[in-house]
Design a protein around this ligand. Structure first.
Ligand code: WT7
Length: 663
């Protein structure tokens, strides 16, 4: 394969952009990594002598209750790697206590309310008190070490406090993004076997209250294992339905307990959290991350990719419900004892200048968001003044390819050519950055994920032969050849699926699910998913789940969902459905069928296009040819590649006509 025409290509002839001098001028001291040769020597050590390298970093970056002896065991071939066996530690101690001892009055969290209401600053010593009090509450509500706890919360500091309190007592948190529907939440609670759920009465988004507890009530109808529901009062505006003794108010419970509880010392491989994500088939999988390895990846990447220093203020505009929020909003910045911003609400309310105002007010040094947000702000004509971004050194991008013109806008209009752009590539599965430029170190190219992070040994696999492609500019499957500490250890309750999905296709490698190529300078470019995963505004959606939701509709006979390129959301969902005999395509079908998706997954998965077709192209074995549907949608009329396996080749022509009528 040669590089496909994805929108992440650099402008031909455009050379790399050097680290902006402004970064050094604004720097409190000097970057942790002193230059590219420093990176190269550390990187090569991390690949040649990973045990030695990571043992040293683990001792430097984490506090241990008991030393480990073995750095690493297991292999990628067997999908059973484990790190720092024998070691014991606690995540909340590492994120909170050690800083509460050294810098008690330093802000750990700055909370910016929706619509720029109140700002609340939580110092490290206050955070410790809150985490300890909540830990007692969790125990009082029957949560013990190893139990799973669901967290369905808006973007408030209490979401982080809930995660850290779970970690303190060794409970395993499973944060579910607040945009998920009751049905999706229920599926995740049941799969994880949660004992308790932590939620809030309502959320606030763009000035409006959004119900949370009623969604939870609905989800809990069929979750007999959940014995407790702890409710944080976010708005107190609407009377909340209450089921006693299951439901308890957060503020009433924490009152009852002291401000200090010793942390549990936990084995290095104790599960820290589950995080559900979509795959190409079946139901969402709960990726399992463990304590020491995950924390080490979070700390090391936050420190070295972002070049974060203790006095820095980190503003990750991602949501706590995704891996970005776990690693770079909560764990990473807190592990390093810096300050993290928790920003509730949307980027454009009360105005599209909101983020720049926050950056100015709180002297933000690092800003991290997804290209979809940048496209929105760029379109709205929102730019900060130079004064507003005078402290900004690093601008991160995450979750989807960033088009060169958006990259350049970020660099010039937001960063004023004084902040370093880091386009970071990672996944729920990798726990922390896998490919990324290093702030203050690596020259960058618009749209390029650059170089591997420490310990990540990337290869491009030829999908047909299964061998490594060594030549440059040739696209293949991105895989990693060596285990790294923060990789997920399993799929909750289904280790076989874990092995099958990531390790069995090409033995000895971890398969990312993305296509990529390496350029002549050894930099990596991501070309998008190679499986049936669609990326809408940086949200990962599975065609199988979307189609299953549409098929629930009584009139829908067959359904296919494909991702088509979209100026604002990167990809948009386009549904193709055929209707059962006896039903007709009336004006309401579109809305009702889409409501099935909203109900099964959530509003953020709402399709943009809904096209009724008489037949969907399929292979003899019944596999939907999404590739063909995508091409038809993009206007292709002839070149569909190999169609010999189709059971209904004539369907192509009819779909072409039906799509034209739809337009
Ligand atoms: C998928 C992982 C990683 C946090 C948010 C998403 C895509 C991620 C980039 C990037 C191009 C990217 C990949 C990946 N992706 N970062 N910098 N450039 N694509 O986490 O939900 O697990 O999704 O997001 O396709 O596999 P996730």
């Amino acid at each position: 394969m040669s590089p496909s025409q994805t929108d992440n290509k650099a402008t031909p002839g455009a050379g790399p952009i050097e680290v902006p001098q402004g970064l050094y001028r604004k720097h409190p001291s000097e970057p942790h990594i002193t230059g590219i040769s420093h990176y190269r020597s550390l990187y090569s050590e991390s690949i040649q002598h990973p045990d030695f390298f990571w043992s040293r970093f683990a001792r430097q970056l984490l506090d241990w209750d008991k030393e480990f002896r073995t750095a690493r065991s297991g292999s990628l071939a067997n999908g059973d790697t484990a790190w720092f066996l024998e070691g014991r530690l606690n995540a909340s101690y590492n994120c909170v206590d050690r800083h509460a001892i050294n810098t008690p009055s330093k802000p750990a969290i700055i909370y910016v309310e929706d619509a720029d209401g109140q700002t609340r600053v939580i110092t490290y010593s206050e955070l410790l008190r809150s985490v300890c009090k909540l830990s007692y509450v969790l125990r009082d509500m029957g949560v013990a070490k190893g139990h799973t706890v669901s967290i369905y919360m808006p973007m408030v500091p209490e979401a982080l406090i809930a995660m850290l309190a779970c970690a303190r007592i060794g409970a395993v948190h499973s944060v579910v993004f607040a945009g998920f529907s009751a049905e999706a939440l229920q599926g995740r609670i049941l799969d994880a076997g949660c004992k308790l759920i932590i939620t809030s009465d309502e959320a606030r988004r763009a000035g409006k209250p959004i119900s949370m507890k009623t969604v939870v009530d609905q989800a809990l109808k069929f979750c007999p294992g959940v014995t407790g529901c702890l409710v944080f009062k976010r708005t107190g505006l609407t009377p909340t339905s209450w089921i006693s003794p299951r439901d308890r108010w957060w503020h009433e419970e924490v009152e009852k307990w002291p401000g200090y509880m010793p942390p549990e010392d936990l084995p290095a491989e104790h599960p820290l959290f589950l995080l559900y994500t979509s795959g190409s088939t079946g139901k969402p999988k709960g990726l399992v991350h463990t304590t020491a390895g995950y924390l080490l990846g979070a700390a090391a990447s936050t420190k070295y990719v972002f070049d974060l220093h203790e006095q820095d203020v980190f503003f990750c505009a991602g949501d706590i419900g995704w891996i970005t929020g776990h690693t770079y909003l909560c764990y990473g910045p807190l592990l390093l004892g810096s300050t993290t911003i928790v920003c509730e609400g949307t980027p454009t309310f009360p105005s599209p200048f909101r983020y720049w105002n926050i950056i100015e007010k709180h002297q933000v040094t690092h800003f991290y968001t997804a290209p979809t947000v940048l496209r929105l702000l760029k379109k709205a004509g929102s730019e900060p003044s130079p004064n507003q971004v005078s402290k900004l050194r690093v601008l991160g991008s995450i979750g989807e390819p960033i088009a060169p013109e958006v990259w350049l806008w970020y660099y010039e209009s937001v960063g004023k050519k004084e902040a370093h752009i880091v386009d970071t590539y990672f996944q729920t599965e990798t726990g922390c950055h896998a490919l990324a430029p290093l702030a203050g170190v690596t020259s960058t190219k618009p749209g390029c994920a650059s170089v591997p992070f420490f310990g990540v040994d990337p290869v491009i696999i030829d999908p047909i032969s299964g061998t490594e492609i060594v030549s440059c500019n040739q696209e293949g499957y991105l895989a990693f050849r060596q285990p790294w500490p923060s990789m997920a250890r399993s799929v909750w309750g289904d280790h076989t699926r874990f092995i099958k999905t990531y390790f069995n296709q090409y033995k000895g490698y971890y398969l990312t699910g993305d296509g990529a190529y390496r350029d002549s300078e050894g930099d990596y470019w991501i070309c998008g998913r190679i499986d049936d995963v669609i990326n809408v505004s940086g949200h990962r959606l599975s065609t199988a789940e979307l189609e299953a939701a549409l098929l629930e509709h009584p009139a829908v006979s067959e359904a296919a969902v494909v991702g088509v390129s979209d100026e604002m959301t990167g990809q948009a969902l386009s549904c193709f459905v055929s209707i059962k005999d006896g039903h007709k395509d009336d004006s309401t079908l579109n809305k009702t069928a889409i409501s099935y998706i909203r109900k099964a997954i959530g509003g953020f998965a709402t399709p943009k296009y809904f096209i009724v077709v008489s037949d969907i192209p399929k292979t003899r074995s019944g596999k939907i040819m999404r590739r063909i549907l995508r091409k038809i949608f993009e206007g292709e009329k002839e070149n569909f590649g190999d169609v010999s396996t189709l059971i209904n080749p004539a369907s192509i022509q009819t779909v072409i006509e039906e799509v034209e009528t739809f337009r």
